[in-house]
Design a protein around this ligand. Sequence first.
Ligand code: ADP
Length: 313
Amino acid sequence: MTPEETPAIEARALRKTYAGDRTTPPKDALKGIDLVVPQGSIFGLLGPNGAGKSTFINILAGLVVKTSGTVKTWGFDIDKNPRQARASIGVVPQELNIDPFFNPVEVLELQAGLYGVPKSQRRTMEILEAMGLEDKADAYARTLSGGMRRRLLVAKAMVHNPPVLVLDEPTAGVDIELRKRLWDYVRGLHDRGTTIVLTTHYLEEAEELCDRIAIINHGDVACCEPTPDLIARIDEKTIIITPEAAVTHIPPTLEHLGAEINGDGQVVMSYAPSRQKMEVLLSAVHTAGISIKDLTTQESDLEDIFLQLTQSP
Ligand code: ADP
């Protein structure tokens, strides 16, 4: 992002406290977060249940009123320019609320009408096809399965062609084939310039799709950085060596490097790639007289980072 480029979304000191009542105390769902989504990114918002993700998205969608702080979408302040701020973003909610008496074409046409999209610019069938709903174009919404309803909601959020599309758990309950189709469509939209924000429980999805990831935990931003940086943060790699001949004990030179024998008789060595060269470890194995039959390596993934950042103290 160049310094002069307006962020797609910019939250500053954003706080939301849900008022309590006689039985429940007030709840700080967002504790004054700063979050910047650059234009052109596919931005992942991760966090365990109750972290504050939906609260954030619902503030963007105008469904929840923030307690304090500022939010801008595409440069429009949601307090000062609510109409433009809302027009800049399409939000796909988590819940599957669709009027049961409309069919998908009508749902999209109605939404396009609400947002003032001229008939000549509507892409109803294109969007339905992308969501795998072309066969259901004329079916009553109440006859759609849960997965189809979710896809219809994604379609609905896209009709006014907003520069920012926010997807709240878009692929929850969607089978793997359709998930891939949805990812492809999201990538396609991104390629054509749409900034995407998505919340997901599937770490694999974030790793696969997102170029930047923020992890929210207990109403705070635990981290926000490019996906490769996040993954590089866990500086640990493991080498697993299957020896030609059984190894009964680890020679001291290898023990020194932290080598161990696992239950399968393999020699396992964990190391920090930033400080240690694999070459050095392998030559130590060689010097110890162990000949290598096979070798595999393991790296940490997002799951490890996520657990590290969100484990309760
Ligand atoms: P997430 O989407 O990450 O699961 P939420 O934003 O839904 O998290 O919730 C954040 C916190 O705020 C949770 O502790 C939740 O119980 C609380 N919360 C959410 N909505 C309300 C509400 N309408 N009234 C009171 N507390 C709420």
